[in-house]
Structure formats: structure tokens, C-alpha cells
Design a protein around this ligand. Structure first.
Ligand SMILES: Nc1ncnc2c1ncn2[C@@H]1O[C@H](COP(=O)(O)OP(=O)(O)OP(=O)(O)O)[C@@H](O)[C@H]1O
Length: 366
């Protein structure tokens, strides 16, 4: 089945003291990430989509196909979802190759959407095929588990904190493989995490959850730039920028990245960041937290802050915290969001339309 349009869920449950009441509309392509603190109900939503939570009532509609409603409950084995969990659950007595063959045999040849070679190649596990799972690192085991799930040709791949059990280097090793699944395959991913670095690197669509409710949802960049993010997510407020490498300064190990309105690199402005194996012309996505931009009414050259951008104040927006104000900045057509104190707004006498300098204190490369 080719998925089109959307994955739509309305889910309700009372599990002891915990109540779940969510309505989601996820695009049926790309990576949708459910993000929120521990215990907010992310896993329960994922399991309900897979048909593993009979206690959850409501509607699960996958691109027009009803998996659950008042009259219907398609059993899990007929939903054709692939699941990957925090702990890779490989068969210990089988080699990697035999584990993969197990996934492959679950789907008749005519219905296969991912070939064996392709899955092995995508996850970079050809050299691991003869080994037993206990001879693999945690990250390698997880790559095999993902390949096995893919080989069952799922209509939807559900990943529940697949990196949570890994240390930082293993996590960094696995993230690019997950990102490539999105680019290379036409299988929608729904990904649960409480790690924001995974969100910004993987998500096309973001759902912010807390206490069994959806607090915000939408395309990644638009959701993170939403001025009215609920207080528990206010620190996440940020601008995602798509940039292109325009210069490399080897003396100081700095890369110049140009961004622009309508995707024209350089039309908006330039940022310099510590070099990370860049080459000229390379696309690079950035995240700039609103709390990492400060504002000056004149250019400060006597500062260690490398990135200073001339901007116009497009909007001044109160936040749920009285100490903070959001400043929407227009940098030649690209909008950046800054968070400053209400005290600074008053003492600098900031107003909409004013020309200022945005001082960017930190940039995260995604
Ligand atoms: N059978 C149950 N009885 C009572 N409460 C339950 C039951 N199953 C789950 N819960 C509660 O439901 C809430 C949501 O759990 P869930 O695992 O979905 O959260 P989560 O956001 O995925 O958390 P984590 O990030 O820690 O995995 C939790 O507070 C949990 O204690």
C-alpha cells in the first residue's frame, strides 16, 4: 500500500491517574517526531497506532484506511507496521544475516518495498552479516534492528527512542543512517524521543506533547518558531535556517554560511561557525535558539561575538513569562526570533520598525 495524504489519530484513554487525549494529523511521508517529557504519553500513542493498546479508544486513519474506530480494530499483525524499540530485540541465536532474512521472509516477494541489498547498504551493515548480535556494539545492533524492520516492508515505521540506550558517540554514528532512511525510502517514520538534538536533525514534522495532550504540532521550523509555545517548551524556541557554505577560513577554522530569503544563499546574510568538514557549496542546516540572540542598537565591534547581523524589528511579542519578550527580526527577508528580557526592551526603548544589530551567540549545526 502506498501511503498518501495523512496519518490521522484521535486517541483517548484513562490509564490509572494518566489521561490521554490527543488529536494528531501527521503527513504520511517523511519523519514525524513526537517530543515531550518522560511520561507524557508518547509511547502510548505509538503503541496505539500499532494496535498494541486496546485500552486506547478513538480513531486511527492511515491515508484513508481505517485501522481503528468505533466499529473497527485491525489487529497489529495486519497493520503492517515496523517497530524499533529502545533496546534492539534481535534473535541472539541467529547471525545478523539470519536476523535480516527473518524480516525479509515476513513479506511475500511481490509485496517487498525494500530489497535485502538496499537495507544492508542503507544501514551500512554488510561487514556485520556473519556475526552474532552479542558481538555487536549497541549502535550496530540498532542498525541491524532497523534493517530487519525495513525488510518486512512496513507501511509505516514506528521508532520508540531508538537512540536512548546509546552513548553520545554511538548516537552520533546512528543519526545519519536514520536521516538517510527519510531521504532514500518512501516509508513514513513516526519517531518518539525526549532528546531535542534528535528532533532537530530528523524531524520534518513535530508534535510537542506534555501530560497526555498535544501542545503544538506542525512542520519543524514553523513549530519551533511559534511565539506562543507553551511554557514547558519555551526554551526550545528557535529559528531553523537552511544555509550554504560560501567560504572556508583555515587560519581560524571558521566556515562562512550564507542564508537567504526564498532559499537564495547570501541574499539574507552570512554566519561564521567553527568548521566541521565543510566544502564550498555544501548545504548546512542550522538551528539558532531565540535565547542565543541578543540585540544591540549599534554595531558592537569590541565584542567576542563573531556573528552580528543588521536587522529590522518586525514584531515585539510578550511571552508567558513576564520577564521575557520575543523580538522577531527581519534580516533581509529572513526572520529570526530572539528572546530578550522585558527590562532590555524598555531600557533600549525598542520598537517595531527600528534598525538594530542581532548578535548571535551560538549556532547549532544540524
Ligand atoms: N497500565 C497502566 N496503568 C497506569 N498508568 C499507566 C499504564 N500504562 C502507562 N501508564 C502511564 O501512562 C503515562 C504515559 O506513559 P508513556 O510510556 O506513554 O509515556 P512516554 O511519554 O512514552 O514516557 P517515556 O519517555 O518515559 O517513555 C505514564 O505516566 C505511565 O505511568
Amino acid at each position: 500500500m502506498i501511503l498518501q495524504n495523512s496519518i490521522s489519530c484521535e486517541l483517548n484513554a484513562q490509564l490509572g491517574d494518566f489521561s490521554l487525549d490527543v488529536a494528531l494529523t501527521l503527513p504520511a511521508r517523511g519523519v514525524s517526531v513526537l517530543f515531550g517529557p518522560s511520561g507524557c504519553g508518547k509511547t502510548t500513542v505509538l503503541r496505539a497506532i500499532a494496535g498494541l493498546e486496546p485500552r486506547v479508544s478513538g480513531v486511527v486513519n492511515i491515508a484513508g484506511e481505517v485501522w481503528q474506530d468505533q466499529a473497527t480494530f485491525i489487529p497489529p499483525y495486519r497493520r503492517g507496521v515496523g517497530m524499533v524499540f529502545q533496546q534492539p530485540s534481535l534473535f541472539a541465536h541467529l547471525t545478523v544475516e539470519q536476523n535480516l532474512q527473518f524480516g525479509l521472509k515476513r513479506t511475500p516477494a511481490a509485496q517487498r518495498r525494500v530489497g535485502y541489498e538496499r537495507a544492508v547498504d542503507l544501514l551500512g551493515i554488510a561487514h556485520l552479516l556473519p556475526r552474532q548480535p552479542d558481538k555487536l556494539s549497541g549502535g550496530e545492533q540498532q542498525r541491524v534492528a532497523i534493517a530487519r524492520a525495513l525488510l518486512a516492508s512496513p507501511t509505516l515505521l514506528l521508532l520508540d527512542e531508538p537512540l536512548a540506550a546509546l552513548d553520545a558517540p554511538r548516537k552520533a554514528e546512528l543519526l545519519p543512517y536514520l536521516a538517510s532512511l527519510n531521504r532514500e525510502l518512501n516509508i513514513p517514520l513516526v519517531y518518539v524521543t525526549h532528546a531535542m538534538d534528535e528532533v532537530s536533525q530528523l524531524a520534518d514534522y513535530l508534535v510537542l506533547m506534555s501530560a497526555g495532550r498535544v501542545r503544538a504540532q506542525g512542520p519543524l521550523a514553523a513549530t519551533l518558531a511559534q511565539p506562543d509555545l507553551p511554557p514547558e517548551f519555551a526554551d526550545e524556541l528557535s529559528t531553523i535556517l537552511d544555509t550554504r557554505v560560501t567560504a572556508l577560513c583555515d587560519d581560524f577554522y571558521l566556515t562562512t554560511l550564507a542564508f537567504g530569503a526564498d532559499g537564495v544563499a547570501g541574499a539574507g546574510g552570512e554566519l561564521r561557525v567553527p568548521t566541521k568538514h565543510h566544502h564550498i557549496g555544501q548545504p548546512q542546516r542550522l538551528r539558532i535558539f531565540a535565547r542565543d540572540i541578543s540585540i544591540a542598537t549599534s554595531e558592537h565591534v569590541d565584542t567576542s561575538i563573531v556573528n552580528r547581523l543588521p536587522a529590522t524589528i518586525a514584531a515585539l511579542i510578550p511571552t508567558s513569562h513576564p520577564a521575557h519578550v520575543l523580538v522577531q527580526l527581519d534580516v533581509n527577508g529572513t526572520l529570526l526570533m530572539a528572546r530578550i528580557t522585558a527590562y532590555s526592551q524598555v531600557s533600549l526603548d525598542l520598537s517595531v520598525g527600528q534598525r538594530v544589530w542581532a548578535q548571535v551567540k551560538a549556532v547549532a549545526l544540524l
